[in-house]
Write a protein that binds this ligand. Sequence first.
Ligand code: SAM
Length: 249
Amino acid sequence: MAALGAAALLPIHPSHASDVSSPADSMAMLNRLHPPRPDWYEEFYATAMNTSMKSYEAEIEGYKSELFANLRGQAKQILEIGIGTGPNLKYYAGEGGTSVYGVDPNRKMEKYAQAAAETAGLPAANFKFLHAVSESLPLHDASVDAVIGTLVLCSVADVNLTLQEVRRVLKPGGIYLFVEHVAAADGTALRFVQGLLDPLQQAVADGCHFTRKTGKNISEAGFTNVDSRQVVLSTASLINPHIIGIALN
Ligand SMILES: C[S@@+](CC[C@H](N)C(=O)[O-])C[C@H]1O[C@@H](n2cnc3c(N)ncnc32)[C@H](O)[C@@H]1O
């Protein structure tokens, strides 16, 4: 009964819904777009993300604090796509009454994300890790106040489909906050090296691309307003520049 009661509070598709994708559809999309990797590979990537991003996170802290301040008092239901180890939770999960859904296809991220949620002061009942891809979110239409994505559109199989899904689950007037690395300017030495090393990057970093022009995808996704700026981070090496911004649904 308690489980049924809790399930009723979650904006997750009921399996009988016909006009929207069901959890079964989401599972099919997960298997199609992000086929299961060997356990050791998922663990390797999750551990690497958990240990190797400290100096990057320290450098980007000021930008993230400013960005996530947009959520203050505004968002009760938050979805983070590609939540990974949960480095953003500390910026937005501490407010009373906030519920967070963290989507990620890598199950090995879950323990780190759960720990980050706990450290951020989010009650366990208010955090749900959803094993899924952002191209098929197992959430109802217009069910969340805000969507967050950092360093994820570089890795998804389909950027435009992800952005469509972000818009579908956001309430009208809801906000999408993003921090993404994008291709360097055409003709630069950095862009040349990114192109050269892109296949290697995809192999070692679970599908991450150096060369996506993600800002263009976001600005053409149909949001009513997109406000974005570009920054270069010294700790990010080849994954530069970054775009940091907010889009209004
Ligand atoms: C570079 S990591 C970034 C993780 C975290 N957002 C951060 O800022 O540290 C990329 C994340 O995207 C996840 N990912 C890959 N493909 C995805 C997809 N199709 N949908 C959602 N997440 C995906 C990966 O499993 C990984 O956790």
